[in-house]
Write a protein that binds this ligand. Structure first.
Ligand code: PRE
Length: 166
């Protein structure tokens, strides 16, 4: 039986990364920038692999985990930007700079996520990982008062879709 809290930090930090995706979307709205930047994605993955391998995690698991985190981020951005296109405006917000503010924040969060992966490594390699993780996400959403069908809930599930090691 898994400790119910073994995925807690991994889930909370993934949710934080999704919260930052809202800021990324605002910065792209302001700059009229495109969502996908494949060079930056490659850099994110490369940094994660370097940092995670030095902590004993495999390249394959790091690559697939951070790909999912990035896919979730893009899901949020595409959805919000489409909403704002329809509305003709984004919500009131302070200007945020992608390169100098948001990406460094994502980089910082990346080291927490890697620690979370190390801490949950045993649980993530168990056959009951998918079930235990899905239940833990469900409970996390309930605790936060986030409805299952909201964009953030969908994105959270997407962000953790490859967290279990097969
Ligand atoms: O840095 C960006 O421009 C983002 O949109 C964030 C992010 C990510 O999740 O790290 C997502 C999509 C981009 O293709 C690159 C990176």
């Amino acid at each position: 039986q898994q400790s119910p809290n073994v995925f807690q930090n991994l889930i909370a930090d993934s949710a934080h990364r999704i919260a930052i995706a809202h800021q990324v979307a605002l910065s792209k709205w302001d700059s009229n920038g495109v969502v996908e930047d494949s060079a930056r994605e490659a850099q994110v993955i490369q940094n994660a692999v370097a940092a995670g391998q030095s902590k004993g995690l495999s390249e394959a698991s790091l690559t697939s985990f951070f790909r999912s985190q990035i896919e979730a981020n893009k899901l949020v951005q595409y959805s919000l930007l489409a909403d704002w296109q329809v509305a003709g405006k984004a919500p009131e917000h302070q200007k945020v700079n992608l390169a100098t503010e948001i990406r460094p924040e994502l980089d910082h969060l990346q080291s927490s996520l890697i620690s979370d992966l190390v801490q949950s490594a045993e649980a993530r390699s168990r056959p009951d990982c998918s079930t235990a993780l899905a239940v833990a996400i469900h409970k996390y959403l309930a605790t936060q008062g986030t409805a299952e069908s909201t964009l953030d809930a969908l994105a959270l599930n997407r962000s953790l879709a490859t967290a279990c090691v097969r």
